[in-house]
Design a protein around this ligand. Structure first.
Ligand SMILES: [Zn+2]
Length: 120
């Protein structure tokens, strides 16, 4: 195993833990704000539905959780696809330092700058 592999493994396990925690927090907050009729409804809801509901709730805390969940979920998906650490725009490898700063970072530095100017 190379150094880089073990770093990736660590980042990936951090991401999976964050994913688990976020999904608990998100469900908990939604229940507190009674956005869904029951705990059972939350358990049965699709994660994407939960994210959508949370984002449209206009509750700042919940909105932030949903945005972060979306980002972390995308990163966890990319692990499953074997695409983790590759930029979603140009498919170049994302710098390790960027991934360490945020393991859910979906873009390389160049594309980040680009998207900041053109999409946000
Ligand atoms: Zn890129």
């Amino acid at each position: 195993m190379t150094t880089s592999d073990s770093i990736y493994q660590e980042l990936q396990s951090n991401l999976e833990q964050e994913h688990l925690m976020l999904s608990k927090d998100l469900k908990h907050e939604m229940q507190l704000n009674t956005l869904v009729p029951s705990a059972l409804a939350i358990e049965n809801a699709d994660l994407n539905n939960l994210i959508m509901m949370a984002k449209s709730a206009f509750i700042p805390n919940l909105f932030d959780l949903a945005i972060r969940m979306e980002k972390v979920d995308a990163a966890v998906c990319s692990i499953k696809l074997g695409m983790y650490g590759l930029c979603v725009d140009c498919e170049e490898e994302i710098d390790e330092s960027e991934l360490k700063a945020d393991p859910a970072q979906p873009r390389c530095h160049a594309c980040c700058d680009h998207s900041r100017y053109h999409h946000d």
